[in-house]
Design a protein around this ligand. Structure first.
Ligand SMILES: [Fe+2]
Length: 128
């Protein structure tokens, strides 16, 4: 059983997929069950949370998701941020490369309830 917007990883080939529509089946890749990536928190990651948790900044006209503390080097960088509203009807995703500034501005949107980030080394984090 999967749920909408869950993110799964294949620990054999590195495929990472996100669920658009939930189903009862199990996700399999390279002949093995895919791992459900659960966002890490301060209790589980030895102090890495602060650098990996996206900020949600809302003003009168937009919402900005940003991360300023995390490295953006060739070997260690934030690959993606995603933001969603409470109903998961509006979902915004931006992909990044080494040396990019991690910032996603969503014009005209003020009801973001959750943002997630994915670090190529440390995995998934969230801000709610
Ligand atoms: Fe990291």
């Amino acid at each position: 059983m999967t749920n909408k917007l869950e993110i799964y990883k294949c620990n054999v080939c590195g495929n990472i997929v996100e669920v658009l529509v939930s189903g009862v089946g199990e996700l399999v890749c390279c002949g093995e069950s895919m791992e459900l990536l659960k966002p890490k928190n301060s209790n589980s990651d030895n102090g890495l949370t602060e650098k990996h948790t996206p900020e949600i900044i809302t003003d009168n006209e937009s919402t900005t998701i940003q991360m300023t503390e995390h490295p953006m080097t060739e070997n260690h960088y934030i690959m993606m941020v995603q933001a969603e509203d409470a109903e998961q009807n509006n979902v915004y995703t931006k992909f990044f490369h080494p040396n990019d500034k991690v910032e996603m501005k969503v014009e005209g949107v003020k009801n973001i309830k959750k943002a997630v980030s994915y670090c190529n080394i440390h995995g998934l984090y969230e801000k709610t």
